[in-house]
Design a protein around this ligand. Sequence first.
Ligand SMILES: [Zn+2]
Length: 410
Amino acid sequence: MTADYSGTRKLFWEDPFLDTFTATVLEVREIGEEVWGIILDQTAFYPEGGGQPTDEGRLGEAEVLEVLEEVGVILHVSDQPLEIGSEVEGSIDRGRRRDHMQQHTGQHLLSRVLVDEYGSETRGFHLGEDESTIDLTKELTDGELALVQARANALIDADLPVTARFVDRDDPAVKAARRTPPDIERVRLVEIGDIEAVPCGGTHMPSTGQIGGIHLLAGGTNKAHGLFRISFLCGDRIRRRLAELDRMTADLSRTLSTSPGSFNERVEDLFEQNRDLQAEISEMRRALIPLRSEALLDSAEKIGAVRVIVARIDDLPPETLLPLASSLTETPDVVALLGARVADTGRLVFARGETPDLDMGALLKEAASILGGGGGGQPDHATGGGPQGEALDMALTGALEQARALLTGT
Ligand SMILES: [Zn+2]
């Protein structure tokens, strides 16, 4: 053990590939309901920090859900308490850590290439579940990003060593580093060959070759808060993404019955066909209105000198309610009380011809309230509805009864 730090001994600094270890339980804190914080004398668990997410794994029977660092002391957030003073076997999720090491080391390399090639400095780094992002001071074109990717991959092919060492804060190597360290005396400097040096407490691959490739995601850029964000994948994530995309492409190729090179053309054709069909359907629906109008007039109920039509128009699209009502009320003695069920809601259009002495606005307001909604309009024409579509029949029957009462004066 070196004397370069105090608190929990950080085995992940000594060997980033160490995934099993033995440690002594120093302290156990109950930090929540059925959640404990366990402090060990040493650990291979990397705590969340520097853009690299927490390790996960087990301490004996306990599951480690999260790992945090508080002034050099590492807290293993776990689902079980452990006995103070006991020895415990720890094991970290190796695949998760390996993935983090690839993405994190890739970020160091990318940040260096970005600043070297275009003077674009890294202001933020986030290692996400699927993709990682870097926030930059300077925006780059697609062409520039392609060059950055090629340069970074060439440095991966060169398999440069990635090392970490502790140096004094006033060491010239620290002064030359890509980022100023926090206010500490001894600085952990992570270096890539002689091209890159940066203070960092994370875990890294021992050489650039093990990053396994860098891919900048097309369409993964955006600007926010004055910074330019790029998204990228490293190593195994590239292979996984390629497998996913390959499967999706093959599926789509079957669905569209064409090769990937013709996807755009095929989809444009389909959009155009769809537009034509929609136009045709609209025309046919308009053509149906006079026919439906006639049938509804035949079914009208005669109340005094007025013909009242009450109907649910669920089979036609809701936008046909209005033209249908207009068509019906071209006949002066007609009152049309139309409703339609649209998904779970109910829609109403009430209209009348010139002669009936009925206020459609008032009639509709009351019917819409049965649907739990509202609406309104003119004495001869009103629209509305409400969320309780199941009460549509009740609303229409209520409106008919009211109309009958008003027309017969009862
Ligand atoms: Zn690092």
